[in-house]
Design a protein around this ligand. Structure first.
Ligand code: S3P
Length: 189
């Protein structure tokens, strides 16, 4: 797979996207370990640079400001050094510029968690510390989940997660996808 910027799959950043609590950070760290790539979680990186937690950034600066910082960071990371695994905050990929740089410079993998699994297993763990989930009914969250999914599917590959076993196997499946992509790239004249 030779993409527009001429980088091979061996070098490209791997970008993990998906809804809040999909497991991007956990899976990302595991994949980075397998590939020998550095791991960057964009939320943690923003918190480090801005000396505030994500909920504090939302409360003090507002969501629009957070989105600008998020976008600038991702553009910088994607255009810079390669051989990284990037785990993106769940709302980042809704920005057109973020989609563009990730698709152009990276290999984008969508962690496609089913609604039922997310609601039962993931939501209870994250409900209190995600500003975007506050003051929303379950119907509204469901609407957001499926509305965002329409952007997430604009990726290079997706990994379906409908239960814990799928979640545990996700890193292995991503590594296998990368191996296949690298092999088919090598086979090309
Ligand atoms: C957000 C997701 C969060 C974080 C922020 C906004 C979103 O990251 O960036 O709370 O809009 O979906 P996770 O996807 O890691 O939960």
């Amino acid at each position: 797979m030779k993409e527009p910027d001429g980088l091979s799959c061996q070098e490209r950043n791997l970008v993990l996207i998906g809804f809040m609590g999909a497991g991007k950070t956990t899976v990302g760290k595991q994949v980075a370990g397998r590939l020998g790539f550095d791991f960057v979680d964009t939320d943690r990186e923003l918190e480090k640079v801005l000396h505030m937690s994500v909920p504090q950034i939302f409360a003090r600066k507002g969501e629009a400001w957070f989105r600008r910082q998020e976008r600038n960071l991702i553009v910088r990371l994607c255009a810079g050094e390669q051989r990284k695994v990037l785990s993106l905050g769940g709302g980042a990929y809704l920005q057109k510029e973020v989609r563009r740089v990730c698709l152009e410079h990276g290999l984008v993998v969508f962690l496609d968690v089913s609604w039922e699994y997310w609601k039962k297993e993931r939501y209870p763990r994250i409900r209190d510390n995600r500003p975007v989930l506050q003051n929303k009914t379950m119907e509204e969250i469901k609407g957001l989940f499926f509305e965002r999914r329409r952007q997430y599917v604009l990726s290079h590959a997706s990994i379906a997660i409908t239960n814990r076993k799928d979640a545990e196997q996700a890193a292995g499946r991503i590594a296998a996808f990368l191996r296949r992509a690298r092999e088919s790239e090598k086979a090309k004249p």
